[in-house]
Design a protein around this ligand. Structure first.
Ligand code: GN1
Ligand code: MG
Length: 367
């Protein structure tokens, strides 16, 4: 779609949300793999500028977007009441009182306030990393008295590692695009660790581990930071807030932030799990949640980190084998590159397992 047509589409959506003024500029925010996100700046009738975030929900991934918006409404209301002095997410409503709308092509849109901030994909700043840990730890704490039964399961079995692996192995057998031959080594490794990788989620499903309200997508770029103070402002991307394992939120966060390279680094010789970054995140996260996670949860944080890394590698590989329908890809083979990067990371986590476990136990001693 050309820029003018896009602008008109955005203007149509803004009109449904009754935003005052006219669009002055817009840009694409690129760091999500699923939804399409735009920063849209309006010029108010009095000449001042005001920015909003417009998001088109990927309804291939999120089959029931209205349920997502109900979840988000409940969760943001709960969090807002607990942190009155911090910026929070506000969704705009249409004349019918809905926090979403459809465009002329039946795409699903929502509009929220833009919070002036910075985000970090990769960073070497240990202070920022510890603060990210704090932000996600605080998030779990803020939702600790929220009744998970009020939430729709927006993506069933989202972090059911066992099911993710079974699906991958089923598609390996079917090989619908003739791509399995490209990834024999990767599949072999995943098979070899599948028993370990699925252990926690199998136990969780058996009711042996605590159910908590979790974020489920704890990448560091889902925390907005104050530009000047580098303090965390707010956790965003609440699409996958559901009952789940706190350990997996921790694991997913360090999987992303302690990687020495990007999540899709093609040169796997550059992919390592940075123990100093891990330590910094642990301090921030455990500092917030300590006392509310069980000893067993704390003891399994490293296993959770390994498990979610294998899970994500399996999801990327499954998407590669089945024709790249789920994650946005920037070039052919992108999902295979992502897989290899995540597997290199998982292997390094396994190599450093004892050291990482020691770091966790040290961090858990400090209250
Ligand atoms: C997807 O679109 P984004 O970046 O928020 C995915 C996560 C993955 C992540 C990997 C709903 O999140 O589970 O960990 O990509 N979200 C969904 O970058 O599948
Ligand atoms: Mg997300």
């Amino acid at each position: 779609m050309n820029e003018f047509a896009m602008m008109q589409r955005l203007a149509g959506i803004g009109a449904q949300f009754r935003l005052p003024g006219e669009i002055y500029a817009f840009s694409v925010i690129k760091n999500g793999n699923i939804n399409a996100t735009y920063k849209v700046t309006y010029m108010n009738p009095d000449g001042t500028l005001k920015a909003y975030i417009f998001q088109r929900i990927n309804t291939y991934v999120f089959k029931k977007p209205v349920e997502i918006m109900e979840n988000i409404d409940r969760v943001t209301t709960h969090i807002r009441e607990k942190s009155k002095n911090r910026p929070s997410l506000h969704y705009h409503h249409t004349a019918d009182g809905l926090n979403y709308c459809y465009d002329s092509e039946n795409h699903f849109w929502r509009v929220m306030n833009y919070i002036d901030s910075v985000t970090f994909d990769t960073t070497d700043d240990l202070y920022v990393i510890a603060s990210t840990g704090e932000a996600f730890g605080l998030f779990v704490m803020q939702l600790s008295d929220f009744d998970g039964k009020l939430l729709h399961e927006t993506i069933p079995d989202f972090h059911n590692t066992g099911k993710r692996l079974d699906t991958l192995f089923m598609h390996e057998t079917e090989d619908p695009f003739g791509r399995v031959a490209d990834c024999a080594k990767e599949l072999e490794y995943i098979h070899s660790v599948s028993g370990i990788a699925r252990r926690l989620s199998d136990r969780f499903l058996a009711g042996e581990l605590p159910v908590r309200v979790t974020h489920n997508d704890t990448k560091s770029n889902n925390v907005l930071f104050d530009r000047d103070t580098k303090r965390p402002l707010v956790v965003i991307d609440l699409d996958t807030v559901m009952p789940g394992m706190a350990m997996y939120d921790f694991g997913d966060a360090v999987r992303f932030i302690a990687n020495t390279s990007a999540e899709d680094e093609p040169d796997t010789r550059r992919v390592f799990f940075d123990t100093a970054k891990f330590r910094a995140f642990c301090k921030g996260y455990i500092g917030q949640v300590n006392g509310s996670l069980t000893e067993e949860e704390i003891e399994n944080l490293v296993l959770a980190t390994f498990s979610i890394t294998i899970e994500l590698a399996s999801r990327f590989l499954d998407d590669y084998i089945t024709g790249d329908c789920y994650f946005k890809v920037n070039y052919p083979g992108h999902n295979l590159v992502r897989t290899r990067c995540q597997l290199a990371l998982a292997k390094d986590i396994m190599r450093k397992y004892d050291e990482l476990s020691w770091i966790v136990s040290e961090a858990a001693k400090i209250k």
